[in-house]
Design a protein around this ligand. Structure first.
Ligand SMILES: [Zn+2]
Length: 877
C-alpha cells in the first residue's frame, strides 16, 4: 500500500483523506478495530472462495453470496469468520442449513458435532450490507450529475470483512473466483483471469474472474464501474489499465512505462512477474494512493495527470507505479505473516521504487531521493526509538515511516554492504523458497545466508530489530610530520531501549594535492580515532562518501573545505551536504556566490535544488541576486519552481515581489506559476489580490493555477476575496477547487457567522474530501459556534467510521483554543505555518511522501501549512 499525500493537483483534503486512513490504522478510537499484532492460531485453512456480488446503487448496498471451501486444522466446535456490519441471511454447511450467531465483527457457524483436523467443509453464506468501509460507492448526485459511477474495495489492512465474511488476517492464503453482476455498460476488474462475461438480464452482465494462485484476503479486489480500458502486454502476460471513462486519454502518458518496470524487476530479482496478468485501475476518491491487490492494483485517479502537466513532472507517478508493482513480489507472492513484519512488504516496495528511479532517471536522481529521505526520517523524531519489527501498535500504526522509508534505506545499505550480485542472489532465494508463503524477518536472513554464505545477523540486529540510527560527531586534524589525518568519530546517540552503538563499515575519502583516495574503516565504539595517510594537507575529507549509511553527522569543517566539497565532491550527496552547510553562513557573500554557481552549473538537479534552498536560507542581498541571476538558466520546471520558493523568502525586497507577481502571471511553467501564486500570497504583495483573482478566472490544465490561487487567498488574508471564495466553495464547483476555497475561506472574516454556517453546511455532504475539508476548516477557524454542528455530525448514522476521532479533535480544539496539547487529528494554527514555515519549501518531502507514520510525526507541521501546499516539483530528473 502506498499512502500518497500529494497527487498531481492534490489538495489539502487529499492529505486529510490520508490522515483519516492513518487514524484508522492507528486505532485512534475504541470504535475502530485494532489491528491484531500477532498472527492468529488457525482453526482452519481457507482454500478457496467463490464470491458472487451484486449491488444496489440507490441503497449503496452489497448483496453477497460467498462459498468458502476449507479444511479443519485443529479440533473445533465451530467455524468463525470475520464479518463486520453485515446482515447474514443464511448459512449452509456442506449444503445443509446451519446454525450461526453474529457479533460485532464475527460470524460463528456452529458445527453439529466437533470437527477433526483434515475434515473439509463447504460453507455458503448469503448476506447483505452497507459497508462503512472496505467497499465504496462513487456515484453521481445532483451537484455532480456527470461523475462516472464506480465501486471499489480497499482490504488492507483488515477491512475486507466489511463487505465479505471471511478469514481476514494475512496468515492464510486462498484462491478466488469473483463473480460480479453489474450494469451492462460497466467494466469490472478483479484478481486473476477473466473467465467470462455473460448477459444477466435486466440490463446487467455477470463478469467471472478466477485467481488460481493463492494469496491473502486483504489482497482481494473488486473494481467496477464506468471505466475505459487500455491494453498492453509484457511477454505474453496482459498488462491492462483502467481509467474513469472521461480520462481514458491519460492512461498511456502516465502509465505507459509499466511493462518496462515489470521487465526490470523480473530481471533484477531473477524471478519473473508471478501473476497471470497485471491490471491497474485508477479510481476516484480512493482512500489511499495505491493498493497492490494480487495481479490487480488499484491506484488513485489523481495519478492520471493532465497531459500538459506531465512534462513538468518528469518522474510523474513512477514512484507509485513501481511501488505497487514491486508488491506483486514482496507482499503478494511472499506475504508478511503478521503486521509486525510489514516492512517485508513496504520496505521492499519502497526500495524497489529507487531501483526503477536509478534505472530510468539515473543514479543521481535515486541518490537525491535517498539523501532527502534520510534527512526526512531524522526529522520524524517519534520514530527513532521504535524498531522496524515491532508488535506494540497501541500508540501508533505499524504502517509507519520505519516500515517504508527506513526499511527501504536499510535494504539500500544491505545491498551496498553485500554487493549487488550477492544481494540479489539473496532476494532470489528468499522469493523462491517462500513463494506462496507467509514470512517473518527470520526467513529473509536465513535465505540471504543460504544464498551468499554471509551472516547478516548483526546487520539485522542493529537495523531491523534494534531502533534508531547512528548520530555521529566527526572531526579531524592533520599531522604534517607524520603525514597523517587523525579522524575522530563519536557516536552520540543515547543508548537506551532498543538503541545501541552501531557497528558500521564506513568509506572515508581524503582528497589532497595528488587527488582523492578511499579508505575503509569500521566504526563500532562510542568514541574512536583513525589514522589515515595523506602526503599533503587534505583539501577535503568525506566521512561516509556518498552517504551509504543512514546516519546524522556533525562534521565541523571550515568554509574553505565546504566550498571545495560543493564544487569537487564526485557524489551528489556530498555536494548537497555542502550546499546545506554553506546555507547556514549568514551574510557570507562567498557562500552565496558559490551556491549561485552550483545552482547554475551543477550537473545534477538535486544539487541545484539544494543550492536554491540554501540561498533562500542565507536570506542576504547577495543571495537574492544569485537567485535572480539564475532564473534564466533554471529552465526545468522542477528546479525553477524551487527557485521561486526560495525567492519567496525575501519578504522585504520590492523588486523580488514584483518579479514574483510577473512570474505568477506569466511563465513557461505551470509549476513555477503555481509556486509564484503561493509566494505572493504569503508575501502579501501589493497586486497579489488582482493576480490571484486573474488566476482563479483564467484557464489552466485541470485548474492547476486556479487551485493554487484559491489556496493562496488564505495566506493573503484580504477579506475582499470572501465573495469569490464563497462562490468556489459551493456545491457543484470542481471538487479540488472547493477544497482549496474552503480552507482559505475559513481563514477570512473570522467573526462572520455566515461563513461559519456555510462551511458547516458542507459537513453533511456525501463527498468524503469535502466533509473532511469542512471539519478541519471549522476547527482552524476557531469559531465556537460551529461546535453544535460538529457534535450533530458525530451523531449522524452515515458517518464513515474514520471521521469520528477527527471530528472530536476539532471540537476539542474549538472548546480549548489555547490548549497546546498535540493530538492526532488536531491541527495547529494554519496561519502561522502559512506565513512562516512553508511546506512548499520542502517539496521533496511532498513528492516522496507516502507514509503513515510520517503523517503522524509531521501532522502538526503539515497541517499548519496545508493551505500553501504546492504540487510536488520532483527534484530528481
Ligand atoms: Zn506499499
Amino acid at each position: 500500500m502506498r499512502i500518497r499525500v500529494i497527487g498531481g493537483t492534490r489538495k489539502p483534503a487529499g492529505f486529510l483523506a490520508v490522515l483519516s486512513l492513518f487514524l484508522v490504522l492507528l486505532g485512534a478510537t475504541p470504535l475502530l478495530h485494532a489491528d491484531e499484532p500477532f498472527a492468529r492460531s488457525r482453526d482452519y485453512d481457507l482454500e478457496h472462495s467463490r464470491i458472487a456480488l451484486r449491488f444496489d446503487l440507490d441503497q449503496k448496498k452489497v448483496i453477497g453470496d460467498v462459498t468458502h471451501t476449507l479444511t479443519i486444522l485443529r479440533d473445533t466446535q465451530s467455524i468463525t469468520f470475520d464479518s463486520a456490519g453485515l446482515q447474514i441471511q443464511s448459512v449452509t454447511l456442506n449444503k445443509v442449513a446451519a446454525t450461526f450467531e453474529t457479533s460485532e465483527d464475527k460470524l460463528r457457524v456452529v458445527l453439529s458435532k466437533p470437527a477433526k483436523p483434515g475434515e473439509k467443509f463447504t460453507v455458503e453464506i448469503k448476506y447483505q450490507g452497507k459497508p462503512a468501509k472496505g467497499l465504496f460507492f462513487v456515484l453521481p448526485d445532483k451537484d455532480y450529475p456527470n461523475r462516472p459511477r464506480q465501486i471499489w474495495t480497499q482490504g488492507e489492512s483488515e477491512d475486507t470483512r466489511y463487505y465479505l465474511p471471511t478469514y481476514d488476517y494475512p496468515n492464510d492464503r486462498l484462491t478466488t473466483e469473483t463473480i460480479l453482476t453489474v450494469p451492462a455498460d460497466w467494466l469490472t476488474v478483479s484478481n486473476g483471469k477473466l473467465i467470462s462475461v455473460t448477459d444477466a438480464g435486466g440490463g446487467l452482465k455477470t463478469w467471472t474472474w478466477r485467481e488460481s494462485q493463492p494469496s491473502s484476503t486483504y489482497l482481494i479486489t473488486v473494481v467496477a464501474g464506468e471505466f475505459a480500458e487500455a491494453k498492453d502486454s509484457w511477454r505474453n502476460i496482459p498488462v491492462t489499465y483502467y481509467a474513469p471513462k472521461d480520462r481514458a486519454d491519460r492512461l498511456a502518458v502516465n502509465y505507459g512505462r509499466t511493462p518496462a518496470m515489470i521487465d526490470l524487476f523480473s530481471r533484477k530479482l531473477g524471478v519473473d512477474y508471478p501473476w497471470e496478468k497485471y491490471a491497474q485501475s485508477m479510481v476516484d476518491d480512493f482512500v489511499v494512493g495505491g493498493m497492490e491487490n494480487s495481479s490487480a492494483t488499484t491506484n488513485t485517479s489523481s495519478s492520471l495527470r493532465h497531459p500538459k502537466l506531465v512534462p513538468e513532472l518528469l518522474d510523474d507517478e513512477d514512484p507509485l507505479i513501481s511501488h505497487e508493482l514491486a508488491h506483486q513480489w514482496f507482499g503478494d507472492l511472499v506475504t508478511c505473516k503478521d503486521w509486525g513484519h510489514v516492512w517485508l512488504n513496504e520496505g521492499f516496495a519502497t526500495f524497489m521504487e529507487s531501483v526503477w528511479t536509478a534505472a530510468h532517471f539515473g543514479k543521481d536522481a535515486a541518490d537525491y531521493n535517498r539523501w532527502e529521505t534520510s534527512r526526512r526520517w531524522f526529522s520524524m523524531t517519534g520514530l527513532y526509538a521504535k524498531p522496524i519489527v515491532r508488535h506494540d501498535f497501541d500508540d501508533s500504526s505499524e504502517f509507519d515511516a520505519n516500515a517504508y522509508d527506513k526499511a527501504g534505506w536499510v535494504l539500500y545499505m544491505l545491498r551496498h554492504q553485500l554487493g549487488e550480485d550477492a544481494f540479489y542472489a539473496g532476494l532470489k532465494h528468499y522469493l523462491e523458497v517462500n513463494r506462496g508463503k507467509n514470512v517473518v524477518t527470520a526467513d529473509l536472513t536465513k535465505a540471504i545466508e543460504e544464498a551468499t554464505h554471509t551472516n547478516v545477523d548483526r546487520f539485522f540486529s542493529q537495523w531491523i530489530y534494534g531502533a534508531g540510527a547512528p548520530k555521529l560527531e566527526v572531526s579531524y586534524t592533520y599531522d604534517e610530520t607524520k603525514k597523517q589525518v587523525a579522524l575522530t568519530v563519536k557516536q552520540t546517540q543515547k543508548r537506551e531501549g532498543y538503541v545501541g552503538f552501531f557497528h558500521l563499515p564506513v568509506e572515508v575519502e581524503i582528497a589532497n594535492a595528488s587527488g582523492p583516495k578511499l579508505y575503509n574503516i569500521i566504526v563500532s565504539k562510542e568514541s574512536e580515532s583513525f589514522s589515515l595517510p595523506s602526503e599533503t594537507a587534505p583539501r577535503m575529507v568525506l566521512f561516509d562518501k556518498g552517504t551509504q549509511i543512514l546516519k546524522s553527522v556533525e562534521f565541523k569543517k571550515d568554509k574553505k573545505e565546504w566550498l571545495y566539497q560543493l564544487k569537487n565532491a564526485s557524489e551528489l550527496a556530498d555536494r548537497a551536504d555542502a550546499a546545506v552547510a554553506l546555507g547556514k553562513l549568514k551574510n557570507d557573500d562567498e557562500a552565496a556566490a558559490a551556491l549561485g554557481e552550483a545552482l547554475r552549473t551543477d550537473n545534477t538537479d538535486g544539487v541545484r535544488i539544494s543550492a536554491a534552498g540554501a540561498l533562500g536560507e542565507l536570506g542576504s542581498a547577495a543571495a537574492s541576486k544569485q537567485l535572480l541571476d539564475s532564473l534564466s538558466s533554471a529552465t526545468q520546471p522542477w528546479v525553477r519552481s524551487r527557485l521561486v520558493v526560495a525567492l519567496g523568502k525575501f519578504k522585504d525586497e520590492p523588486a523580488i515581489k514584483a518579479k514574483l507577481e510577473a512570474m505568477a502571471r506569466e511563465d513557461s511553467s505551470y509549476l513555477t506559476r503555481a509556486a509564484a501564486l503561493q509566494a505572493i500570497g504569503r508575501m502579501k504583495t501589493s497586486n497579489a489580490f488582482d493576480v490571484l483573482t486573474a488566476a482563479v478566472n483564467g484557464d489552466s490544465p485541470d485548474g492547476f493555477l486556479r487551485d493554487a490561487a484559491l489556496r493562496s487567498f488564505g495566506s493573503l488574508g484580504d477579506d475582499k476575496a470572501v465573495p469569490l471564495l464563497r462562490d468556489w466553495a459551493a456545491p457543484g464547483k470542481n471538487m479540488e477547487a472547493r477544497e482549496a476555497a474552503i480552507g482559505s475561506l475559513a481563514r477570512l472574516q473570522k467573526d462572520n457567522k455566515e461563513i461559519t454556517n456555510q462551511i458547516a453546511a458542507y459537513l453533511s455532504e456525501p463527498h468524503f474530501p469535502i466533509r473532511l475539508s469542512a471539519i478541519f476548516a471549522l476547527g482552524s477557524r476557531g469559531d465556537a459556534s460551529a461546535i453544535p454542528a460538529l457534535e450533530a455530525l458525530l451523531k449522524s448514522n452515515d458517518l464513515s467510521i474514520e471521521m469520528v476521532p477527527m471530528i472530536k479533535g476539532q471540537i476539542e480544539r474549538l472548546k480549548n483554543p489555547n490548549a497546546k496539547v498535540k493530538r492526532y487529528g488536531q491541527m495547529e494554527e494554519e496561519e502561522e505555518g502559512a506565513d512562516g514555515e512553508e511546506a512548499s519549501a520542502k517539496p521533496a518531502e511532498d513528492q516522496r511522501l507516502s507514509h503513515l507514520e510520517q503523517l503522524v510525526q509531521e501532522m502538526n507541521e503539515r497541517l499548519k501549512s496545508i493551505e500553501t501546499r504546492l504540487p510536488p516539483p520532483p527534484p530528481n530528473k
